[in-house]
Design a protein around this ligand. Structure first.
Ligand code: UDP
Length: 356
């Protein structure tokens, strides 16, 4: 095992940790911190004020939150609000860089990529979404040219969206299995989990559940209120299906009793942490074969991959869901997505950067 490293992990500036606004990044940051700490590394997390991250100490930094990248168009210029928390987080990093062997950026924002060359301490970037804007693509490609090996991504499909897939270390994701209980005999309902925002395609899950005449449980951060209103107008049952944004213990208690998780992304989902949370509970995943889920689901064994945007395909998969083996789902989570394996992958990536 390499020597203990002092690592500064910088969170997304779109919301405090615990708010759900950061999506899967929040869980990834927690898993990474705990996994790396268990391997003897010293972890400091810097994040917007109001953040909490289980038992991990967080340096809270104030300032205005950043608009989320997926709500902007491809040609939107770089945006920085006044007294930007993103700027303030990176000022903190600049002022404290000598105390660390490596700084790890988890923000999908232009500024940290641009700043990379001005830091004495190396900066590694774990990119958490696929290509969304020209400005970000260019900033990422610049780092790829100037600092090969400094880019990490969840999945190959995600890395390919930037046109420089070979510059990325593919690191996947992980799950703390002890937080998720296996359930062998579920009820009738399906689950849909995630930020309620158009790129997640919740309408298709609502439609498929209505056609299949099975209940749907919706859990997640209500990110886009007008989109949610449209869904409620179109599917009056949606309001009854929505259980709110739940912390992990409650989330898994609901999820594990579901027959399947339905994932309906309209975008190239970078990974889809919810998929491995479902597998950890023994819940098979029905997903559009687009982005991360296509690299996770084992067809016919731990779920079904469906032609993207094909609601009838979802309905067909719902009818076949009992062919999947819930024990195989849990086993896949155990073998492919352990916290230790994640920490080792990141540790090896970090070492190649630090020793360069
Ligand atoms: N989540 C949660 N409570 C909920 C619904 C979702 O904590 O009620 C979390 C879930 O555990 C997952 C994240 O929201 O970590 C969604 O991440 P994912 O990678 O699936 O998608 P992203 O939001 O990053 O696009």
């Amino acid at each position: 095992m390499p020597s203990s490293r002092r690592l500064l992990l910088i969170s997304t500036p779109v919301g405090p940790l615990g708010s759900g606004l950061g999506g899967g990044v929040e869980l990834t940051l927690l898993n990474l911190s705990q996994g790396l700490r268990a391997r003897g590394h010293q972890i400091t997390v810097a994040a917007p004020s109001g953040s909490s991250l289980a038992d991990v100490t967080v340096v809270e930094v104030s300032g205005q939150l950043q608009p989320t990248a997926h709500t902007q168009g491809r040609n939107t210029p770089v945006i920085l609000p006044s007294d930007s928390v993103l700027g303030n987080l990176w000022r903190y990093a600049q002022q404290h860089q000598d105390q660390f062997d490596l700084i790890v950026n988890l923000a999908y924002d232009w500024l940290p990529f641009y700043l990379t060359e001005f830091f004495g301490t190396p900066v590694a970037h774990f990119v958490t979404m696929g290509s969304l804007s020209e400005a970000m693509d260019e900033a990422i490609r610049q780092v790829a040219r100037q600092f090969p090996k400094r880019l990490g991504a969840y999945t190959r499909t995600q890395a390919e969206t930037f046109g420089v897939a070979n510059a990325f270390e593919i690191l996947s994701s992980a799950i703390d299995l002890e937080q998720y209980n296996f359930c062998a005999s579920p009820g009738d309902a399906l689950a849909w989990l995630g930020r309620i925002s158009p790129e997640k395609g919740l309408e298709d899950a609502l439609e498929a559940a209505a056609i299949a005449q099975v209940p749907l449980k919706i859990l997640g951060k209500l990110e886009d209120a007008s989109y949610w209103q449209q869904l409620c107008d179109r599917f009056p049952q949606a309001n009854h299906c929505y259980l709110g944004f739940l912390p992990t213990p409650e989330l898994q208690a609901v999820l594990r009793q579901c027959r399947a998780l339905v994932m309906t992304p309209r975008w190239v989902e970078a990974f889809g942490n919810v998929a491995i949370e479902a597998l950890a509970c023994g819940v098979p995943v029905i997903a559009y074969a687009r982005g991360g889920p296509a690299e996770i689901v084992q067809q016919g064994k731990t779920g079904w991959l469906v032609e993207p945007d094909d609601v009838q395909g979802l309905v067909g998969a719902i009818a076949r869901i009992d062919q999947c083996d819930r024990h195989a789902c849990r086993r896949q989570a155990e073998t492919d997505y352990s916290l230790e394996a994640l920490a080792i992958r990141f540790e090896q990536w970090f070492e190649t950067i630090i020793q360069n």
